[in-house]
Design a binder for this molecule. Structure first.
Ligand code: HMG
Ligand code: MG
Length: 298
């Protein structure tokens, strides 16, 4: 019933670090990427090509991309909200780009400074240019189950954005619970809405863990057969335009759960915990992962 293997995309270097107040040196970000790939991650969301005025922590995007020792079989993805971002990103040779929209008008305005309809106009040429160059295009739908400005978001909001993304040629749809308010049935309903436009193999879940629901929401999606998830090493992160929202579900916790369920991720949990400890030590805090904490305290 459950998928026999799961692909995890570690978004720690991007989603995890974008909200850090103090600049994290590019060398530390690069080392984190290296440790993640050594732990067996096959896709890493490295950085974003957004306005440095909006997200200063990602201003070293090109430097970080240039510094990575690329490992064969690993995909490196970056966020590109518009042509300016895409053009800057191309020189860094990403394997994949991410355009990010929202299921609520209010969040779209706060995060990317335009309406949902305008966002699609901005994404369309990005998608076209990326695909023409053989770069895979992923789309993210933020606030898929709840919005910090609008409140409840219904599945029709997700369905609309999934449809619009499909129409402009976005190849993969990531359904995101930006502020971690979702619970299993709501998350399943959001996924089912996206499934009306995307096949199960082209869909992923991105769950922030603000309310401690991310793991159970992952389980609810496994029940639907969804086998791709974003997660963040050491549970790092939060979105600068979603006040109070905490990090993504910790990669360590997801790997621990899946290992116990005999679902293959190809990830070495001990090496992953070391990667999480490396970045947590740098930031001067404990890893925000229950599994990592338990194993480190043994
Ligand atoms: P804008 O102000 O509407 O853009 O910003 P604009 O085209 O009017 O340009 C204004 C200025 O920004 C100009 O500079 C542009 O050159 C510059 P000026 O002439 O004033 O000096 N600019 C850029 N600079 C660098 N890179 C670019 C770029 N574009 C314009 N790509 C924009 C629109 C989207 C750029 C802005 O709103 C922005 O950067 N927002 C930040 C969005 C962001 O990074 N959010 C966090 C990531 S999304 C997320 O975390 C959610 C996710 O994890 C899923 C989930 O959990 O929900 C993916
Ligand atoms: Mg996120």
């Amino acid at each position: 019933k459950f998928p026999s293997k799961v692909k995890l995309v570690d978004v720690g270097p991007r989603d995890g670090l974008q909200n850090e107040k103090e600049p994290v040196p590019a060398a530390v970000k690069i080392e984190l990427v290296h440790r993640l790939q050594d732990a067996g991650l096959t896709e890493i969301e490295v950085t974003s090509f957004v306005s440095p005025k909006w997200v200063p922590q990602m201003a070293d995007n090109a430097e970080v991309m240039a510094g990575i020792r690329r490992k064969p079989g690993v995909r490196y993805s970056v966020l590109t909200p518009n042509m300016k971002g895409f053009e800057a990103a191309v020189a860094s040779k990403p394997d994949e780009i991410v355009v990010f929209g929202a299921a609520s008008e209010a969040f779209s305005q706060r995060n990317i400074n335009c309406s949902i309809a305008e966002s699609m106009e901005r994404f369309a040429p990005v998608v076209q240019a990326a695909r023409a160059q053989g770069i895979f295009v992923r789309g993210a739908i933020s606030v898929a189950v709840g919005c910090p400005y609008q409140g409840e978001v219904d599945p029709q909001g997700v369905e609309l954005v999934a449809r619009l993304m499909k129409e402009i040629g976005v190849q993969h749809c990531g359904v995101a619970d930006t502020i971690g308010v979702g619970t299993p049935r709501k998350v399943q309903a959001a996924m089912e809405a996206a499934l009306r436009h995307y096949a199960i193999d082209d869909l992923s879940g991105h769950f922030h863990d603000t309310y401690g629901q991310a793991l159970v929401n992952t389980m609810a999606c496994l029940e639907l057969g969804i086998w791709q998830y974003d997660s963040s090493v050491a549970g790092l992160g939060g979105c600068p335009y979603a006040k109070g929202a905490t990090g993504n579900v910790a990669t360590e916790d997801v790997v621990y759960m899946l290992r116990g369920m005999e679902i293959d991720t190809g990830i070495d949990l001990d090496k992953l915990i070391d990667a999480g400890k490396y970045i947590s030590d740098y930031l001067g805090r404990k890893p925000n992962s229950r599994a990592a904490t338990a194993i480190l305290n043994k």
